[in-house]
Design a protein around this ligand. Structure first.
Ligand code: TEU
Length: 570
C-alpha cells in the first residue's frame, strides 16, 4: 500500500478560542479551557487541532487583527499556556496547527505605528500608502473605488502624513506590503518561525491568495451600482507575485519542518488552484475553496443570498474537490468554519423533527468525500444557527455590524425600510458569521457549561437539548454518529479519503448519490436530502454490501427523510 503523508489522512478539528471553553469565569474561552477538553477531541477520532487566532489583539475582528505575533491575547492565556497546549496535544498523539494571519496586522501593531508616524520612517513601506485623489469639485477621494470585505472603502485617510493606507478588511486591519522583502522576512520570523520553534505542526494560512496586489491600483468595474465602492478581487486575489511569495515562504521556513499547511484561498481558477497545492510546486499542502460554503450566495456579498438547488450543492463539491484528480495535488472537505453558518441550518434541516437525522446525513457525506476533513467546534453535536427571533443586537461580528450600519445609511429613510430590513434579517439569520461564534454547549447547566460568568456573547437557547454531555453517552446521538463516521473514514480510507468522486444523479433534486472509486474497488453512497421518503435506487450495476448509515432498521426499497447509506460494491 501507498504511504501517504500524515496530513492527508488526518481529521482536523477547528477551535475558535473565544467561544470554546472558559476556565476562569470571565465569560471568554481560554487556553486552559481547551486543554481541559483534549480528551473529548481525541475521543472523536481527531488527529489535528486547528486553533483560530489566539495572538495579542484588540479583537476588532476576533483576533484576525494581530498586534503582536509573539504574544497571546491575555484573556486567552500566556505563551506558557500555549506551550502547555502544544505539549498536551502531542502527548495525546495529536498535532496542533495555528492560524497564520499575515496579509494584514492590527493598526495597534508596532510595525504599523512606526509606518504611519512619518513618510520617512524606515517602516513606511511595510504597509501600502497612497496619496488622495481629488474629484472635479476638489473633494478628497480615496486612491481607488475598491470596497472592503467589511463594507466601505478599502482606504482610510491618515492625517499624520496626509495619505491613505490600504485595508482589504477593517479599517483597523492595514494590509502589509509584501512587495518589500524586509517586511516578508520580518513576517516569516515573527509569525512563523517563532511558533514552529515552539513545536506547532503547521498553519492554516489566512487569506492566502491576497498578498500580491496589482501594482497599478486601478479602479474596479462597477458591479453594485447602488454602492460607491466595488468588489476588487481581481486586483488582489492570486495577484502577479502570489506564487513567488508562497514558494519563498515554503523554501525559507515551512520546508524546514514536518508541517501541514492549508491556505484559505476561497476563490480561484482551477489552474491557479493547482499552482497553490500541487506537491511539485512547493507552496502549500492543500487549500480551502468556497464553492460549497458559498453555494447560493453572491461571492462578493454573502448577504445577497439567492438560494440553491441540490444540483448546485452536488456540483459545488465536484468543482471544489475533483480538480486534483490525476495530479499530485490535495484537497479539503468542510461544510463549516468560523466564517460560516451552521451546516444543519444551511444544508440540512434544523427543525426538531429532522435536525439529528439531517446532521447525521451531512456527517456521512463529509466523511466519505476526498481530501483532508475538517470539523468545526460544535458541528459534532449539531449546533444550529441563532434563532430568527433574536434581535440584531445579539449579532456582534464586524462583518454583520458594518453591513447593517451601511444598510441603515442607505435605506433608513425609505418608506418600506422595515420590510427591507426584515428581508436582510432573513439572510443574516441564514448566513452571518455570528452563527459559528456562539458558545459551545457542553452540558445543560447555566450557559451550557461554557462559562460560570457572563458569556461575552449570548448562548443559544437550545443548550439543554443540544450539548456534549448528553450526547456522549447516547449511542444514537449525532456525536456518537460522528465518531462512527470518522472510524469508517479511516477503515475505508482508500475509497473515502483517496477515491475518485463520481456523482450519479446530478439533476435529481431530492437525492445525492455518488461513487467513490479506487482502482477496481468502489463505494456507493446515497443520501435523501428531502423531508419525504424517496425511492431507493441502486445506480451501480453491482451488488451492494452495506457499510453503515443513519437509519438502523432501514427499508431496502425506500430512503426515509434525510436517510444516508454507504455501501461497498461487489
Ligand atoms: O477570511 C477571509 C475571507 O475571504 C472571507 O471568508 C471573509 O471572512 C468573508 O468574505 C467576509 O464576508 C479570513 C478569516 O477567515 C476571517 O475570519 C477574517 O475576518 C478575515 O480573513 C480577515 O482576516
Amino acid at each position: 500500500t501507498v504511504q501517504h503523508p500524515w496530513w492527508k489522512e488526518s481529521t482536523v478539528y477547528q477551535i475558535w478560542p473565544a467561544s470554546y471553553k472558559d476556565s476562569k469565569g470571565d465569560g471568554v474561552g481560554d487556553i486552559p479551557g481547551i486543554i481541559s477538553t483534549l480528551d473529548h477531541i481525541k475521543s472523536l477520532g481527531v488527529d489535528v487541532i486547528w486553533l483560530s487566532p489566539m495572538y495579542d489583539s484588540p479583537q476588532d475582528d476576533m483576533g484576525y487583527d494581530i498586534s503582536d505575533y509573539e504574544n497571546v491575547y491575555p484573556k486567552y492565556g500566556t505563551v506558557d499556556d500555549m506551550q502547555k497546549l502544544i505539549d498536551e496535544t502531542h502527548a495525546r498523539g495529536m498535532k496542533l496547527i495555528l492560524d497564520l494571519v499575515i496579509n494584514h496586522t492590527s493598526t495597534e501593531h508596532k510595525w504599523f505605528k512606526e509606518s504611519k508616524s512619518s513618510k520617512t520612517n524606515p517602516k513606511r513601506d511595510w504597509y501600502i500608502w497612497k496619496p488622495a485623489r481629488y474629484d472635479a469639485d476638489g473633494n478628497r477621494q480615496p486612491p481607488t473605488n475598491w470596497g472592503s470585505y467589511f463594507s466601505g472603502s478599502t482606504w482610510t485617510y491618515d492625517e499624520t502624513t496626509d495619505e491613505y493606507y490600504l485595508h482589504l478588511f477593517a479599517e483597523s486591519q492595514p494590509d502589509l506590503n509584501w512587495e518589500n522583502e524586509e517586511t516578508r522576512n520580518a513576517i516569516y520570523k515573527s509569525a512563523l518561525t517563532f511558533w514552529y520553534e515552539k513545536g506547532v505542526d503547521g498553519f492554516r494560512i489566512d487569506t492566502a491568495g491576497m498578498y500580491s496586489k496589482v501594482q497599478s491600483y486601478p479602479d474596479a468595474p462597477i458591479e453594485f451600482p447602488d454602492s460607491p465602492y466595488q468588489p476588487c478581487k481581481m486586483f488582489h486575489q492570486s495577484g502577479p507575485r502570489i506564487h513567488e511569495f508562497h514558494k519563498e515562504m515554503f523554501e525559507k521556513v515551512t520546508s524546514k519542518y514536518d508541517a501541514m499547511t492549508v491556505g484559505e484561498v476561497g476563490h480561484s481558477t482551477r489552474e491557479d488552484a493547482l499552482k497553490y497545492v500541487s506537491a511539485k510546486e512547493k507552496e502549500m499542502n492543500m487549500m480551502f475553496l468556497f464553492d460549497v460554503v458559498e453555494v447560493g450566495s453572491n461571492p462578493s456579498d454573502r448577504f445577497r443570498y439567492e438560494g440553491f438547488t441540490l444540483s448546485d450543492f452536488k456540483k459545488a463539491f465536484e468543482s471544489q474537490g475533483s480538480f486534483i484528480e490525476g495530479t499530485d495535488a490535495w484537497s479539503t472537505v468542510f461544510t463549516e468554519n468560523h466564517d460560516q453558518p451552521r451546516s444543519i441550518t444551511r444544508f440540512g434541516n434544523d427543525s426538531s423533527e429532522f435536525r439529528v437525522i439531517s446532521g447525521k446525513a451531512l456527517a456521512l457525506l463529509q466523511s466519505t468525500l476526498t481530501g483532508t476533513g475538517f470539523i468545526y467546534q460544535g458541528q459534532e453535536i449539531g449546533m444550529v444557527n441563532l434563532p430568527r427571533e433574536w434581535s440584531i443586537d445579539e449579532y456582534q461580528d464586524i462583518n454583520t455590524v458594518n453591513y447593517v450600519r451601511e444598510f441603515k445609511q442607505k435605506y433608513g429613510n425609505d418608506a418600506d425600510y422595515n420590510k427591507k430590513f426584515e428581508k436582510l434579517m432573513d439572510s443574516i439569520n441564514l448566513v452571518a458569521r455570528d452563527h459559528a461564534r456562539s458558545p459551545v454547549q457542553w452540558d445543560d447547566s447555566a450557559n451550557g457549561g461554557f462559562t460560570s460568568g457572563t458569556p461575552w456573547t449570548r448562548v443559544h437557547d437550545n443548550y439543554k437539548e443540544i450539548n456534549v454531555k448528553s450526547q456522549t453517552n447516547d449511542p444514537n446521538s449525532l456525536l456518537s454518529f460522528w465518531k462512527k463516521a470518522l472510524k469508517f473514514r479511516k477503515e475505508y480510507k482508500d475509497l473515502f479519503i483517496h477515491g475518485l468522486f463520481r456523482i450519479l444523479d446530478v439533476g435529481n433534486k431530492e437525492t445525492f448519490s455518488f461513487l467513490k472509486v479506487n482502482g477496481d474497488q468502489s463505494a456507493f453512497i446515497t443520501i435523501n436530502f428531502s423531508d419525504k421518503p424517496q425511492k431507493f435506487v441502486n445506480h451501480t450495476e453491482k451488488k451492494l454490501e452495506y457499510i453503515y448509515g443513519n437509519v438502523d432498521n432501514y427499508n431496502e426499497d425506500e430512503l426515509a427523510p434525510y436517510e444516508a447509506r454507504a455501501y461497498l460494491t461487489k
